[in-house]
Design a protein around this ligand. Structure first.
Ligand code: BGC
Length: 446
């Protein structure tokens, strides 16, 4: 590479760094805008944060029994049997995982729910579970749902690439129950509906009383926290308990400085103008942001010179797993038919991945800071943040960048915030919610 090209490359990379940079001032601004949106959302005003009451509080740790959970996330369906010992211990007794085929995400709702029920049946077969009793099932549905009760809720709008027809605006528990009926499965009763963030918070707080936030950093992103019922002004009469977990739906947060790559991604997405924070943070989109940068650099002759653009021309061809591989030191080049990649190109790719993923981690850290500061402005208590999702679990350095921004924002007090992996939290948590719902139902019957 000659000197002029090297200078152009340097200039491009420093420009890239600056358009993706989150300064301390940006993070502080995010916190104050977040609080404003939370306030409006809780009051029922216009807000990019939906602030949805979940009809569940934090568990006591004494819930007991064996429960079924169904977890419909971004890319997989998991069916789980969870045993709760009543002493804060939850054990996975059986679990089966199924990939959701693309045609189920974009077909009809009936097809999707029939497929879900097929997965439940396969779970019973794979794990040799005999059907000698009726089962209460808790349904983790990882999409924005306006809940009407602990076991009902209407899908507000699909996210994460789902478009299945005939589901938006409908009660997803009713749709699941109808599919169970269609397949003549009478021994399963859907007892509870929960967002995955709520499941994650409930799972961790079953044993950890300091846990007061559930966060997902995976295909999509979102968070929940326990709010005082008196503060949920838009829903008077939510009951006698003091607090209820609120699903923030923070993926929709929109008071953000987007750059040209974010705007191009958004315009080509299935939900234009929606889920802006999710599109800058979550695993579904980071690969695509990096791909847009790579394509621009190739067009300007700054990367993979002499190579045809076609390998990178397909939307979403580059995934967050590819970025993660690069961060681990191995390249994704073979997947794109690239051989003999120069040391400069390898280094440039590493830089792009670092820049895109660092912004994601810092935005996630700033959003966590906003919610913690909302609950405890002076950070007087300890806070465990239960986090599930592959970005947090697997992306090298991701957690470190989140901690950096928390420390920048809170100084020494930042150490009071513990970011803890809650593996499989959403499914286990749903089972605990199912236990509470089943207990309340029995109490109402007797
Ligand atoms: C959904 C949330 C969900 C999050 C993480 C988002 O796309 O809107 O409900 O919690 O993904 O799975």
């Amino acid at each position: 590479m000659n000197r002029d090209s090297a200078n152009m490359l340097d200039r491009f990379l420093s420009h890239l760094e600056s358009v993706f940079f989150i300064s301390l001032h940006d993070a502080q601004e995010i916190i104050s805008n977040f609080h404003q949106e939370m306030r409006h959302g809780l009051a029922g005003g216009e807000s990019s944060l939906k602030m949805i009451p979940s009809f569940v509080g934090r568990p006591k740790g004494t819930e007991k029994g064996k429960f079924l959970a169904l977890d419909l996330g971004g890319t997989n369906i998991r069916v789980l049997a969870v045993e709760l010992d009543g002493n804060g211990n939850a054990t996975l007794a059986a679990v089966s995982k199924f990939v959701i085929p693309q045609e189920m995400m974009s077909g009809t709702g009936d097809k999707l729910f029939d497929f879900i029920v097929d997965c439940i049946q396969l779970f019973f077969k794979e794990n040799n579970i005999g059907i000698q009793q009726a089962y209460d099932l808790a349904f983790t549905f990882s999409f924005p749902v306006e809940q009407g009760s602990i076991a009902s809720g209407k899908l507000i709008g699909w996210t994460k690439g789902f478009t299945a027809a005939g589901v938006e605006g409908k009660d997803v528990v009713a749709l699941l129950s109808e599919a169970l009926k269609r397949k003549e499965i009478g021994f399963i009763h859907v007892a509870a509906l929960a967002n995955d963030t709520v499941g994650t918070l409930v799972a961790k707080s079953y044993a950890d009383p300091y846990c007061d936030m559930g966060v997902i950093l995976g295909t999509g992103t979102n968070a929940c926290y326990p709010e005082k019922i008196a503060h949920i002004l838009k829903c008077p009469g939510l009951g006698a308990s003091e607090e209820m977990i609120v699903n923030i739906e923070w993926g929709g947060f929109s008071q953000l400085k987007t750059n040209i790559y974010d705007n191009v991604l958004d315009r080509a997405s299935l939900n234009v103008g929606k889920q802006l924070l999710e599109k800058m943070v979550s695993g579904m989109y980071l690969g695509e942001i990096a791909r847009l940068v790579i394509v621009e650099m190739m067009e300007q002759g700054l990367l993979f010179r002499g190579t045809s653009l076609s390998a990178f021309s397909k939307g979403y061809a580059l995934t967050t797993e590819h970025l993660s591989m690069t961060a681990q030191g191995s390249g994704f080049f073979a997947d794109f038919g690239l051989r003999d990649v120069s040391a400069t190109d390898r280094q440039t790719i590493r830089e792009i991945c670092r820049i895109v993923s660092t912004r994601s981690a810092k935005l996630a850290g700033a959003a966590i800071a906003a919610v913690v500061a909302w609950m405890d402005a002076k950070l007087e208590s300890d806070h465990t943040i239960a986090i599930d999702g592959s970005l947090f679990e697997k992306y090298p350095g991701f957690k470190g960048y989140m901690i950096d921004i928390l420390n920048d924002l809170f100084g020494d007090r930042g150490a009071r915030i513990k970011l803890d992996l809650a593996k499989d939290g959403s499914g286990i948590g749903a089972a605990i919610i199912g236990a509470v719902a089943a207990f309340n139902r029995r109490r109402m019957i007797t």
